[in-house]
Unconditional design. Sequence first.
Length: 213
Amino acid sequence: MHTDSWHGPFAYVFSLTNWEARKFTGGETFILDTKVLDYWRRFDASKGLEESSLLTKVPALMNRLTIFDPRLPHGVRPVRGTQDPREGRIVIHGWFTDQGNPFYTGSIAEEDATDTLNAALEPLYDYIGEECARVTGVLNLRIHVSGTSGQVARIESIADTLVVDPDEIYDGASAEGLRQEIMTAIHKHLSSVKFPTAADGGDSQITLPFIFE
């Protein structure tokens, strides 16, 4: 069991294992459940816990891509059985490290939208600066932009690994409450932004990462 937090915000395991016809035991990726990392705060002496309640096991099915927070303790069940590497557990694993730049899809031109986005982000960063010290992790948002009006149609969270400072929790703030504060601030500053309209009138999406350290 180990962690890989220094490599990047997301780890991945892509399986090329012939899982259904495997001649070995083990090989599952296992990830420690977050309740174990905050064990005593939620401890209930009236309930027993089995392994399935303490960690998640992910079989290495052929063509399965597993993505997870590398800060969580994780590992691989020992592979026992065949000694033929062609019949063993075969995976490609690594980390996503390019996390700082917006990603544009659809009809909007990046060069047209960049100045507008930067102008909107500057006061937002100032506003949530205090919240940054209270959480750590990555929040990836997708901004849906109307191609005909340039207005923000909606903002959705597509990946959220935010973890609240334990001292903040014990001071009466909940993890979900702090997440909501940050999301409310983001919506307040970005929902009214007007981007340039697309030349073909098509809608666009801007995927925007927020890194809290």
